[in-house]
Design a protein around this ligand. Structure first.
Ligand code: NAD
Ligand code: MG
Length: 379
């Protein structure tokens, strides 16, 4: 029996992780769940899995949930601090599926508690990669990637000697706007941007996939996970989302992981690693037929090269572009800015970032806030 804590349990990754737990009641006990503000679903999940504790980031929603769960022994925690406290509860593995930089402190809290981490929250590594890596080493804690590309890279690297890795081949679906010109992107709608061809995901990452910001964040994530410079990561547009990423080794061998576009496999692999478990959806290569690979359009989808620039500059630059992006995507989803403004605003905020050597977690949050301010004040 593995004791699980799921942060972001009401989201796309969180609910799929609970599907896995539900399908394997003999293998997993769900100890605790955390979410932002979705009180109805969190209450339902808490009762179904009979958890010890829940946390809601939204304090008012947490107060409501406490009343609703008064007939149970479930502890209800609240606020950012409550989510961190919950991440430190006794368990075997913490799945962090929170969206955004809000996931950073809970990741650090889980590492401090000595818990193995299954990480979907890429913003943790984009903003706090250096600090997280230092802490993992210090505490002897394992962090397993859940992001499908990084899981594929991790799977492809099993049994590969460290110094044999020559290059990472990071695949991208290209999103709903692949092949479009800047002109054609001028007036795209929120609905069009949310219409991802292959994956069903939360709103923020779906917009990031349309702008290729997601691939930029994933390059940064891969730098921290696999300890390679961005120059050793090649992004390939692969429209079918079947080959989830690959590694090129010193002898020219290319090893990849393939599968249907279903997050359950990478989520489950992080939970069972190094074991393998049940299959949710078998890949039929004959049905797929053709796999294609193309170069991304770096001129139209500028957020990808901008993220690469951010990680090459290092320091607080990745935090700045990430914070600006969280804010500009929110504004885009609210209909307050146009799609192409996301990249303009993110670039502006990154260039105004005041970098700092030997930065702390507090510096990261200050840089995040500063970047968000630049975005808000620019519109
Ligand atoms: P989502 O929006 O569907 O869910 C986000 C979850 O986080 C929700 O449960 C929400 O309540 C919770 N949350 C938000 N703010 C919070 C806060 N301050 N404190 C605690 N909980 C909070 O997002 P998602 O698509 O599931 O993505 C989650 C993370 O996983 C993101 O970092 C995303 O980039 C990454 N990821 C997602 C997918 C996918 O297929 N959805 C794939 C790869 C990586
Ligand atoms: Mg991904």
């Amino acid at each position: 029996m593995k004791k699980l804590i799921i942060l972001g349990s009401t989201g796309s990754i969180g609910t799929q992780a609970l599907d896995i737990a539900r399908a394997n009641p003999d293998k997993y006990t769900v100890i605790a769940l955390a979410a932002g503000s979705n009180i109805d679903l969190l209450e339902k999940q808490a009762r179904e899995f009979g958890v010890k504790a829940v946390a809601l980031f939204d304090e008012a929603a947490a107060a409501d949930l406490k009343i609703r769960l008064a007939d149970t022994d479930i502890v209800v925690l609240s606020g950012a601090y409550g989510v961190c406290e919950l991440a430190a509860y006794d368990c075997d593995i913490v799945l962090n599926a929170i969206v955004g930089i809000a996931g950073l402190r809970p990741t650090l809290a889980a590492i401090d508690a000595g818990h193995t981490i299954a990480l979907a929250n890429k913003e943790t590594l984009v903003t706090g990669g250096e600090i997280v890596n230092r802490k993992l080493k210090e505490k002897g804690v394992t962090l397993l990637p859940v992001d499908s590309e990084h899981s594929a890279i991790f799977q492809s690297l099993q049994g590969v000697p460290k110094d044999s890795l020559k290059k990472i081949l990071l695949t991208a679906s290209g999103g709903p706007f692949f092949g479009k010109t800047r002109d054609e992107l001028q007036n795209v709608t929120v609905k069009e941007a949310l219409n991802h061809p292959n994956w069903s995901m939360g709103a923020k990452i779906t917009i990031d996939s349309a702008s290729l910001m997601n691939k930029g964040l994933e390059v940064i994530e891969a730098v921290h996970l696999f300890h390679v410079p961005a120059s050793k990561i090649e992004v390939l547009v692969h429209r079918q989302s079947i080959l989830h990423s690959a590694v090129e080794l010193s002898d020219g061998a290319v090893i990849a992981q393939l599968g249907t576009p279903d997050m359950k496999l990478p989520i489950q692999y992080a939970l069972t690693y190094p074991e393998r478990d049940m299959c949710f959806e078998q890949l039929d290569l004959l049905k797929v037929g053709t796999l294609t690979f193309e170069c991304p359009d770096y001129d139209t989808f500028r957020l990808l090269p901008l993220c690469i620039e951010a990680i090459n500059r290092g320091g607080l630059y990745p935090t700045a572009i990430n914070g600006a992006n969280e804010e500009s995507v929110k504004l885009f989803l609210e209909g307050k800015i146009k799609f192409l403004q996301i990249a303009e605003l993110n670039e502006k905020a990154m260039n105004l970032c005041e970098d700092k050597k030997d930065f702390t977690v507090e510096d990261i949050f200050a840089a995040d806030q500063a970047a968000r301010r630049v975005v808000r004040e620019a519109i």
